[in-house]
Write a protein that binds this ligand. Structure first.
Ligand code: BGC
Length: 755
């Protein structure tokens, strides 16, 4: 009750009262007093609330009961922040939240309270303690687990905190593919491969929505860089888009069934995403049969008529008067017959149907205490499975022989780094390193209060662990030379609305080099939002990629280093050796004037990430799929056969080492006749835990679209008849594939409709 009281003081007494007194199924908290829970309960329930009817029927009944003003109101969303620049400042909006859409209390239809994002319930701007929430690791870390059930548990956890703090629409998950390793939002996404990213994001969405709230997949589509994000025009041909970025969305939608989707800021082939008929009406709603609603990214609306007619269902993030506001502009456009009334009805029907189908109407959000202890276990499990051991020359795990350990840099004495922007979650205890980074948006830099140093001391009570901040290279080097092993933490803060160089900032490369010179047994722990260059790689004995590991990042890192956890994370992205290995050595548009539209040509087409490296015969620094363990695995008996038209791949995995460990099996497919954008694609994957000596037989199904090319004329994927290689490999590196096993299978022609 103490937490409830604290929350109530932030949310206002009204919410607590409503939350504590409103029986399930009555008017949602936040309804206007004249339409309070009790007044709704005493009137005959409106027909649309009849739970015996289907969501479609109920939405239809609601639409027929709404007047035009109600309808316009349901498709217009406001910024939820309490800031001077927010003209509206609705008192019913949740404190410092992303969005608010008023409900129709007269008919008992819920308001929509929207919060970012995929790592937890975010807060816009610095948060008071009552707005602190459990922070999951970044999306790219969760993708590194290659473990969909784990992603689903994480989603369920953040959905629970969303509900408990009054949100029924989460603006998560992000599934934009990593085309630009410098994209400031890579930390929010799930990597570079459509199957992995789509599957992991779909699982997160399932978890969120298991709380009877809506999840919003984003940013649709091809919003793969932040530089000029509102005026970059992405040029890509349809087949390439359908086989890469759009396929990631398609898979995530199939697997997660998100209630809504957020169209992005950028233009695609000359048309803003939020008024792009091809993307919204044809691909999403016609081909994929999406029954949910499309909301804009905040401020991504441009032209009322084009937005409405080309598939947008809800405008969001209104903060200023007189600008883009559907409430007025759509009304005028309808009366002038530029937008059909049926279109507005369809928007409202989609929104209502979604909130009903997901349970947000029948099970209104209720303020409740957060079980921070239980949620800490969820976020720590995620971090422990997604931290990637990149290099290990017999230095890890730290053994009892490591009596003297020098820990250096990265603020590892107090916390772990988090990503910035709208996804910023303030973890319990607030910012461990205040005063860093931009004072305004998208800052500040926030460190979650979870100390790797303290956690490592707890893990290794018999070792002496010294601490150096890394600010003084000489002091860092002396500490390293006096130790049996040196562990250097390096960080790169990344954030929404900016892109970043691939080089570590603040001369941290020099720090690593100085420490490595002083001690050969140097381990580098990276906390980064995406790939970075490692000029010191050959000089260090170990490298651990901890990404942004969330509010239990300290213990998770410590337990990987000590060996209490056997690492099982694998890269969901390739790490380049240098920027000139990339399709674009520099992010296009850097330095271009505000608002001046520019083109970026995705000439690599669907050859994103490892596919690009394979096509060009390039060897990255670390390949997609790479990740080491403290045990060893042997994979054998690979076979592939058609079963009911589906390609099934079977094999055995054995733990040949001495420790329990988890193996990630990766199936790569390639067409012997060529004709693909690249020599290979990830076709399936599976993760299995094995005791020492144990063997497990696995059978995975290859998604047929990954054996096909998209043919725009047919509006379908088509598998060409012929011979295909199926490889079981530890990563996407060609050498890894050659060292693995390969079988060949003959496939008949198959056409898979775009749907
Ligand atoms: C971001 C979205 C986010 C929205 C609301 C935008 O700046 O691009 O991802 O959901 O803000 O905070």
């Amino acid at each position: 009750m103490r937490i409830l009281a604290a929350l109530a003081s932030v949310f206002g007494f009204g919410l607590l009262q409503a939350a504590c007194s409103a029986p399930s199924g009555s008017a949602p908290p936040g309804s206007a007093p004249s339409n309070s829970a009790s007044s709704v309960a005493t009137r005959p329930a409106p027909a649309w609330l009849d739970k015996q009817l289907s969501p479609d029927q109920r939405a239809e009944l609601l639409v027929s009961a709404l007047n035009q003003q109600d309808k316009l109101s349901l498709v217009t969303g406001y910024f939820g922040v309490q800031q001077a620049w927010n003209h509206y400042n609705f008192k019913e909006a949740r404190p410092q939240s992303a969005g608010y859409v008023p409900g129709v209390s007269r008919l008992g239809f819920t308001a929509q309270w929207q919060a970012d994002a995929g790592s937890g319930v975010a807060t816009q701007r610095e948060a008071p303690p009552a707005l602190e929430r459990t922070l999951l690791p970044s999306g790219i870390l969760t993708a590194s687990t290659w473990d969909p059930p784990l992603a689903e548990r994480g989603g369920a956890m953040i959905g629970n905190e969303a509900r408990a703090t009054g949100f029924n629409v989460m603006l998560a998950g992000g599934v934009n593919l990593m085309r630009e390793p410098g994209n400031g939002r890579n930390f929010e996404y799930a990597g570079e491969d459509p199957l992995l990213a789509g599957t992991m994001t779909g699982a997160l969405v399932r978890g969120i929505q298991s709380n009877h709230i809506v999840a919003t997949i984003k940013h649709f589509a091809l919003n793969d860089q932040e530089t000029g994000r509102s005026w970059v025009n992405v040029l890509i041909d349809e087949a390439a888009a359908r086989m890469s970025d759009l396929l990631a969305f398609q898979i995530a939608i199939e697997q997660g069934d998100p209630g809504s989707i957020m169209c992005s800021y950028n233009l695609v082939n000359g048309v803003y995403s939020c008024q792009n008929d091809w993307l919204l009406n044809q691909v999403l709603k016609r081909d994929w049969g999406f029954k949910g609603y499309v909301m804009t990214d905040w401020g991504a609306q441009h032209d009322t008529v084009l937005n409405a007619n080309h598939g947008l269902d809800q405008e969001t993030g209104v903060a200023e008067t007189g600008k883009y506001i559907w409430l007025d502009k759509l009304s005028t456009a309808i009366s002038q017959k530029q937008v059909p009334q049926a279109r507005l009805d369809d928007m409202v029907r989609r929104i209502a149907r979604t909130l009903i189908a997901k349970g947000a109407v029948d099970d209104p959000v209720q303020l409740a205490p957060i079980d921070f202890a239980a949620h800490a276990r969820v976020t720590q499990a995620d971090a422990e499975q997604g931290i990637v051991l990149l290099k290990n020359q017999a230095v890890l795990p730290l053994t009892v022989k490591n009596k003297r350990i020098a820990l250096i840099g990265g603020h590892a004495d107090v916390g772990v780094l988090t990503g910035g922007g709208s996804a910023q979650v303030y973890a319990p205890g607030g910012n461990a390193v205040p005063g860093l980074g931009p004072k305004g948006w998208p800052g500040p830099v926030v460190y979650a209060r979870s100390s790797p140093l303290t956690a490592l001391r707890d893990e290794l009570p018999d070792s002496t662990i010294t601490w150096q901040s890394g600010a003084d290279l000489g002091a860092a080097a002396s500490a390293a030379s006096a130790a049996d092993v040196a562990i250097v933490f390096v960080t790169q803060w990344t954030a929404e609305s900016v892109d970043f160089p691939l080089t570590l900032p603040d001369e941290q490369d020099q720090l690593v080099a100085a420490v490595a010179r002083a001690n050969k047994r140097t381990v580098v722990v990276l906390e980064t939002g995406g790939p970075v260059l490692m000029p010191w790689l050959d000089r260090v004995a170990g490298v651990v990629e901890a990404w942004y590991p969330g509010s239990q990042g300290g213990p998770a890192i410590a337990r990987v280093l000590s060996g209490a956890v056997n690492p099982s994370g694998h890269l969901p992205v390739s790490f380049p050796r240098s920027a000139d290995q990339l399709p674009r050595a520099q992010i296009v548009g850097d330095g271009s004037p505000h608002d001046a539209q520019f083109d970026v040509h995705y000439d690599e087409g669907a050859a994103v990430g490892y596919r690009w490296y394979a096509k060009k015969g390039l060897t990255p620094l670390f390949p997609f799929g790479h990740g080491l363990s403290y045990t060893t695995f042997a994979q054998s008996n690979l076979s592939a056969h058609l079963d009911g038209g589906e390609l099934k791949v079977s094999f055995a995995v054995r733990n040949t080492g001495k420790r329990v460990g988890q193996s990630v099996a990766q199936i790569y497919v390639s067409a012997e006749a060529g004709g693909w954008e690249a020599p290979q694609r990830l076709g399936a994957f599976g993760k299995v835990e094995l005791a020492p000596g144990a063997t497990e037989q696995l059978t995975l199904t290859v998604d047929p679209r990954l054996l096909a090319n998209y043919e725009p004329k047919r509006q379908a994927f088509r598998i060409a008849p012929g011979s295909y290689r199926v490889s079981l490999a530890p990563s996407a590196a060609p050498a890894a594939r050659d060292a693995g096993q390969t079988v060949t299978v003959t496939l008949p022609e198959r056409v898979i409709a775009a749907k």
